[in-house]
Structure formats: C-alpha cells, structure tokens
Design a protein around this ligand. Structure first.
Ligand code: GDP
Length: 437
C-alpha cells in the first residue's frame, strides 16, 4: 500500500490530525487484532483508494531539547524518503518556527508530493494573513485545517488519494515461492541474521529484483524448498541516519510485510522486548503474516534469571498472540538459526489451512452445548453456522443473529476455541460476523 506520512515538529497536532483522517475515511478495518492497540499507523481507505497513514509523532523519542531538533530533522528525512505523499503539519497559532524551517528543508530535498497543512486556525476566514506567512517555507500553498474540528479533511483526502501511485496492487508476487520478511528494530540483529542465513552451506542464494521500486529480494534454496527473503536491500543498507530511526525500520517493515507470507520478527534479547517490538509484531499480525519470533542475542543473557525475565516480558508483550512461534537464537554464533525454517514451514502451512465446513460446525455445536454465550437484556446471541471464507491467513465467517452482541472478549473466546480445536500455530486467523436471522 502507498504510504502517507504525517510529519512536523511536536505539538502541532499531528496525532489529532491522523485520528481525524482515520475517522473520516471509510474503513479502518482490523479484523485480526494484534498485540497492542496503541498505534502510529493506520490502514485507511478513502473512496476505494487504500493507503497507510503513518503518524511520525507517535514515535518521536525526544524529551530533551537538544536531541530534539536533530531527531525531528531525521524523522522528517526518513519519512520523506519512504513516503509517497507527505502531510507537513505546522501550527497556525504560533507561526513559522526554526524547526518548521528545518523540517521543510528535509522535505524539499525528497521531492515528494507534499501538502502544507496549517493547523489550529479555528477561523481561517479571519486569519488569512497567518496562513500566508507559511508560504515562506517554500513547500507550496498553505492549506488551513482544523484537526480538532475536522474542517476540510474530506477535501484534503480527495487531493491526497489523487496523488497516490497506482502501481501497488501487484506487489504480491505469485510464483509459489514462500515470501519471508526479516523485520525488527534497528540493531536487533536483522542483517547479522541475514548474513548468517546466506553464509550457511545449506543455502543456495540468488538475487532477484522485486516488483516495485528499488526492492531487492533474495531467493534461497534449501534442499527442495525455496524461500524469498523480501526487501533484503533494506536490511543490507546500513545508511547513515535512517537505520537508527524507529520510524524508518517500521516503514521498511511495513513494505516488507505487505509482500510476505511469514515474518521473522527479530528481537534483541539483551535489551528485552520493547513497546516498539510489540508494534512491529502488530503490523505483521494485522496484515495477515504468520510470525516467528526470534529472540536474538540469546548468548548475551548472563544467567537463568535474565533468561526467565526475558521470557516473562515476551509473554506479557505478546499476550494477545500466544500462538506465535518462538525461537531463541544467536545470529552471531549461529545457534538455532537452522531451526528457523521448520517453524517457517509449519506456520506457512497453517496459514494456508482449509477446515471443512462440517468440522467447523461441529465446533459450533460443541460451543452451543458447552460454551458461553452472550445475553443482553432479552437478546441472546445465536450463532447459526460458520464457514471458511479465506486462506492465507485463514478467515472464517460466522452467521449470527445479532452482530452487535459480539464484543472483544467473546471474539477472543471464539478464537481460543478455534485454536484449541485446529492447528493454527504461528498464523493469525480472521473472524468475521454477519447477520442472519
Ligand atoms: P540490524 O540493525 O537489525 O540489522 O542489526 P545488526 O545485524 O546490524 O546487529 C546489531 C549489532 O548486534 C551488531 O553489532 C551485531 O554484531 C550484534 N549482534 C547481532 N546478533 C547478535 C547475537 O546473536 N549475539 C550478539 N552477541 N550480538 C549480536
């Protein structure tokens, strides 16, 4: 999907704007829930045009004033590099600041379609001159918006989608080779792992061009199996500032995940599993990738206590995705790296599973007899039947009498029952509910 990045210095209202756009656009669909709700990216759909909206504000690490502007600049630069369209937000109630100017310089270099959005003008008609001031940034016509009130977001979205590239549809390559993405935070050990995999005697390696832009994939052959490691140029490119920016690794991850069947989520065990790791896991799950969580740098954990502690954090952070596969590895020593492929294969297999309608409905019968249901006043949830409506990942549609009675905990309950009955280890599954009287 094309990426629309929202950039600007802190406190100009980026997150409010992102939320506003998210609410305005038709469908923000999250059928398969990930492990965290807190997000800085949204899959949005405006009049049939799908795109991913990335809020760089959600990932600004800065607290101190000094590192602040450098970090904003880097964010802007990385955002500009990766995005298809940039929404540059400034604060109309404050006027042009030095930081705005430095962000503007980064954006201009990128030569991407940019919208200059002047936020916090609650009365744009009377505040025209405040708007004009922003012409000095040199990134085009300032557009008055009110993130808070939502003025103009519909028009803005029309203009944004008009500029999105069309060519993203055929991104998934369909040549029967399993696509695997190596994702994770900067320094988790992605490129070390990649090199270890390539260096293995068992792998025969070839580079192939990806379908889009500068994507380079690597196909490895192991015995009679082939795997496509997607976007490996991104892993190799240890470029200056970007590689250390969470935003960059996230967006890179997004691109890779879009084209992958299985995601290898590399975690740095020496620093523990962080919130950002959780976000990256979430991206993969929501986009329907099977995941194998690689607890890398296991060699750095000094004792059993540290190892136990690490496992506890992982369990807590991945609470909603207990079904993932875990492997303790060391990309440095090569420990357990060979074991990755068996987990990839089984996760991929489960991801393409088909469950017969009769087995599904047997489960439904069991649930009716022994399970919970939901009662709300005089209404009682009744599930009539269920059928599989998709694979990769498996999707199931339940026909029920009242869809609004299904809440999160009931969804989880059904998912748990499904997982206890069928083998979905390693893969997300999607549950949909349709009304039928
Ligand atoms: P990337 O940013 O995710 O690609 O991470 P790199 O592969 O560049 O690794 C970051 C640093 O961690 C490098 O100094 C690696 O040598 C080191 N590293 C990676 N994997 C391991 C590991 O399993 N054990 C140890 N001790 N160090 C590792």
């Amino acid at each position: 999907k094309p990426i629309v990045a929202v950039v600007g210095r802190p406190n100009v209202g980026k997150s409010t704007l992102v939320n506003r756009i998210a609410q305005t656009s038709d469908a923000i669909v999250h059928e398969s829930r990930g492990v965290t709700r807190d997000r800085s990216y949204y899959d949005a759909d405006w009049c049939g045009h799908e795109f991913t909206l990335v809020d760089t504000g959600g990932i600004e690490p800065m607290k101190s004033e000094d590192i602040f502007s450098a970090s904003i600049r880097d964010q802007a630069l990385a955002a500009a590099e990766e995005a298809d369209v940039i929404l540059f937000v400034v604060d109309g109630s404050v006027g042009v600041t030095e930081e705005d100017e430095s962000v503007a310089r980064m954006i201009k270099r990128a030569k991407k379609p940019t919208f200059l959005l002047v936020n916090k003008l609650d009365n744009p008609d009377r505040e025209q001159e405040r708007l004009w001031e922003f012409y000095s940034l040199g990134v085009g016509d300032p557009i008055a918006v009110s993130a808070l009130h939502g003025h103009g977001t519909g028009d803005l979205l029309d203009d944004v989608v008009a500029l999105l590239p069309e060519s993203y549809e055929d991104e998934k390559i369909d040549d029967g080779i399993l696509s695997v993405a190596i994702i994770g935070r900067p320094n988790a050990g992605k490129s070390s792992l990649f090199n270890k995999i390539l260096g293995s005697d068992r792998s025969i390696v070839s580079n192939v061009a990806g379908t889009t832009r500068d994507a380079i994939d690597t196909v490895i052959e192991r015995g009679d199996k082939k795997y496509r490691l997607v976007d490996t140029a991104g892993i190799r490119k240890k470029s200056t500032v970007y590689e250390n920016i969470e935003y960059y690794s996230m967006v890179r991850g997004l691109r890779a995940i879009d084209r992958a069947d299985v995601a290898l989520l590399v975690i740095d065990s020496s620093t523990g599993m962080t919130e950002q790791d959780q976000k990256v896991a979430n991206l993969a799950i929501e986009r329907g990738c099977a995941i194998v969580v690689l607890l890398n740098k296991w060699d750095l954990l000094p004792d059993d206590h540290a190892r136990e502690q690490m496992m506890e954090t992982v369990e807590r952070r991945m609470g909603m995705a207990k079904w993932a596969n875990y492997l303790r590895i060391s990309a440095l020593t090569g420990r357990s790296v060979e074991k990755i492929w068996a987990l990839v294969d089984s996760a991929a297999q489960n991801r393409s599973a088909r469950i017969s309608t009769s087995k599904l409905n047997q489960l439904l019968t069991d649930m009716r007899e022994f399970g919970h249901t939901i009662v709300d006043g005089r209404r009682r949830l009744r599930m009539h039947y269920v059928t599989q409506t998709g694979t990769n990942p498996p999707a199931f549609t339940f026909f029920v009498n009242h869809t609004d009675l299904i809440n999160d905990s009931y969804r989880r309950y059904i998912e748990n029952r499904m997982r206890a009955t069928f083998d979905f280890k390693g893969t997300p599954i999607r549950l949909r509910f349709r009304k039928k009287d």
